[in-house]
Design a protein around this ligand. Sequence first.
Ligand SMILES: NC(=O)c1ccc[n+]([C@@H]2O[C@H](COP(=O)([O-])OP(=O)(O)OC[C@H]3O[C@@H](n4cnc5c(N)ncnc54)[C@H](OP(=O)(O)O)[C@@H]3O)[C@@H](O)[C@H]2O)c1
Length: 278
Amino acid sequence: MELSLNSGYSIPCPGFGTFKTPDGEVCINAVREAVAAGYTHIDTAAVYGNERSVGEGVRQSGKARGELFITSKLWNTERGYDSTLRACEKSLADLGMDYLDLYLIHWPANEMQFGSKATAINLDTWKAFERLVDEGMVRSIGLSNFYVAHLEPVLASANIAPAVDQIEYHPGLLQEEAIALCREKGIVVEAWSPLGRGRLLEEPVLTGIASAHGKTTAQVLLRWCVQNDVLPLVKSVHADRIRQNLDFFDFTLSGEEMAAISSLPEARYGSHPDTATF
Ligand SMILES: NC(=O)c1ccc[n+]([C@@H]2O[C@H](COP(=O)([O-])OP(=O)(O)OC[C@H]3O[C@@H](n4cnc5c(N)ncnc54)[C@H](OP(=O)(O)O)[C@@H]3O)[C@@H](O)[C@H]2O)c1
């Protein structure tokens, strides 16, 4: 399945995640397995420390670069115009690639850390992102962990609109306000931690629905995401799970099941962008 981006490109769904996937053989094998299983979209980041292995896994997969969609992200220490340009060059060199399909600002600079300068930092960074598109180093640009207050200034001043916002999203964290703004502006929403980092997999409501469909709870969570028009990024280093996490297009959750899943108690497994101190 592919979704259209406002940049004119399309993005495959789901994406394969690599957060906490150790650099070296584990990552190389996971990426190679993922491409062999059928993923064509791989999500990494400079801060994951595994871009070299992601690149190597892609090369070992034998798939042509043009058949794959590769995302990386600018780490927080590199925000600002010049450092962003250098950081993107480094990510490309580490990946061994000459362009990225998607480059994201990993986290917004927030007011808690940067006071009244936070917005200016994010806008400077975005200007550099636009230049990366102009120079052909990146095809589409987007944001990550930008909620409404972080998104609005970028939307107001951007020459190139963000194509994607990648945010924590799963039952218990429905992100209604950010998603409503993204929908209005034609921004694709990506879900990070769609399985709640694995911690939602034993949830009884989900296990009940999974057994009713003869599927796993991971597959139910991924299906719930796409039925809500959110693109899940899912991580595993195990070949059986890597394959399992692609196999969720052969069933449909009913309205009642969707509502039951959406009513699960509030949960957040990662940081909030307004209070992140890294
Ligand atoms: N932009 C951001 O700030 C941000 C933050 C976090 C994540 N992300 C991206 O989003 C991706 C996904 O998020 P995530 O890695 O935090 O969490 P996730 O995909 O929700 O969950 C991954 C965890 O679930 C386990 N798992 C995966 N498939 C399973 C299955 N079918 N059955 C049982 N367990 C399974 C994995 O273990 P094994 O690996 O051992 O199988 C791992 O422990 C990341 O990898 C990264 O690319 C982005």
